[in-house]
Every structure is written in C-alpha cells, then in structure tokens.
Ligand binder design. Structure first.
Ligand SMILES: Cc1cc2nc3c(=O)[nH]c(=O)nc-3n(C[C@H](O)[C@H](O)[C@H](O)COP(=O)(O)O)c2cc1C
Length: 212
C-alpha cells in the first residue's frame, strides 16, 4: 500500500508555527504518513527583533494593508501530487503573513488546485479574517480548503498583547521572578498546545488513511 503524502508549506517569523509543526509532524509520521516541507523564505525579511518602535509600527501598518513580502522561488517538490497540503504560518495584523500572501498570489493555482488544503494558524488571538482570506483564495483556484487548525497564545489579555510587543522589540523582561512574568510566564504557545498539535497531526493522518 502506498504511503499517504503531505506537503507542509510554512512561514514562521518568531518560530511559534515551526515549533507547533514539529509536534504536528510527529503525529502525522506516527501514523505512517510521509511529510515534506517547503519553507517560505522572504527576499528581504524583517529583522527580528524589530530595532525601533517605528519599524514595528511600520510593519504592523504594512501588514494591516496586506502588503506582500516577496519570497524566493519555491522548490519543484511543491508541484508533485500530494494527498494533502498544509499552509502554515502566523497571523499578521488580522491577515495571513506577507510571505504567505505572496505564495498565494504566485503559486496557489499551481500547487493547491484540486487538492485538500488545511490552513494551520499560529496567532496571539485574532485568526478568523486570516482564515477567511486563505479559504477564499483557495476556493478561487479550485482547491478544497478544510477546517483550519488554529492555535492562539494561551495567556489572558492585556498580558499577551504586552508580551507580544516586548518580544517583537527584543525587550522581554528577563527575570522570571518579576511581577510581569508572574502574569506572562513565556511568549507564544504552551507545552499543552504542543501536545494538541501532535494530536491534530494524528487526526489528519487517520482522516487521510480512512480515505484509502
Ligand atoms: C507584524 C505582526 C503582526 C501581528 N498581528 C497579529 C494580529 O493581528 N493578530 C494576532 O492574533 N496576532 C498577531 N501577531 C502575533 C503572531 O501571529 C503570533 O505571535 C504568532 O504566534 C507568531 O508565529 P510565528 O512565530 O510562527 O511567526 C502579529 C505578529 C507580527 C510580527
């Protein structure tokens, strides 16, 4: 019996999507699914952390208006016949990230048409508009968008917003005993969410195997 094959096209700026994908892939591979990756690489990426408040605000504004961030050409492997494609990345100012928007513009037709595509989203909290954009773009090229897999940062507001800004500016409070870190132990996703990502991978794998 031929193995089911999944392509993961991803972009990750602060590594949260990448960490979740690592667990997600454990779930897929644990059920015998073959996985390949395509990392989207911006031609001129933002520096991380942002060096000034102005640069951060400029990035937030640009992404709010869905500015594309040019990516390097993708690899031939993407054009193969995959059983399922995962489009993974962060939300930027309510929308898909700049590199993912560029991927959708330039490659969605060739890579995704006729395929089941699962949006995989890492964000602080607002993901719906991101998902609707991806879904609409996929439907337009004749792909079959599935229910999204979404992870939001698990800490309450206002801490998670303040924590995100501090992280993006490279100014996270270092001392674990500080008053702030009591409310905001760490930036990004939790270990429990890692386990959930693994379970999500397993669920996708079992769904694919059911289709045999
Ligand atoms: C420029 C920028 C804009 C962002 N805008 C949003 C947003 O509108 N909504 C949200 O929930 N998260 C927003 N975030 C937070 C990221 O979605 C979140 O930190 C995510 O986990 C990052 O994933 P990554 O590490 O894979 O890039 C933004 C992050 C950046 C860098």
């Amino acid at each position: 019996m031929q193995k089911k094959r999944v392509l993961i096209v991803f972009y990750s700026f602060t590594q949260q999507t990448r960490l979740l994908l690592k667990k997600f892939v454990e779930g897929l591979e644990g059920e015998g699914v073959e996985v390949a990756f395509e990392k989207l690489v911006p031609v001129a990426p933002y520096s991380f952390p942002f060096q000034t408040n102005f640069r951060l605000v400029a990035a937030m504004s640009g992404t709010f208006f869905r500015c594309r961030m040019n990516i390097r050409p993708i690899n031939e492997i993407c054009f193969k016949d995959w059983d399922c494609i995962i489009l993974a990345g962060p939300t930027w100012s309510y929308h898909p990230s700049g590199p993912m928007l560029d991927f959708l513009d330039r490659y969605a037709q060739q890579v995704c048409a006729g395929k089941v595509v699962i949006p995989f989203i890492s964000c602080r909290s607002y993901w719906r508009l991101h998902y609707w954009t991806v879904k609409r773009r996929l439907q337009r090229v004749g792909a079959r968008p599935a229910q999204p897999i979404v992870f939001v940062h698990p800490i309450k507001e206002p801490w998670r917003f303040i924590g995100l800004v501090l992280q993006l500016r490279g100014k996270m409070v270092r001392s674990k005993n500080s008053w702030f870190r009591k409310h905001y132990p760490a930036y990004g996703h939790s270990k429990i969410q890692g386990d959930e990502a693994k379970a999500a991978g397993r669920k996708v794998a079992l769904g694919l195997l059911d289709d045999i």
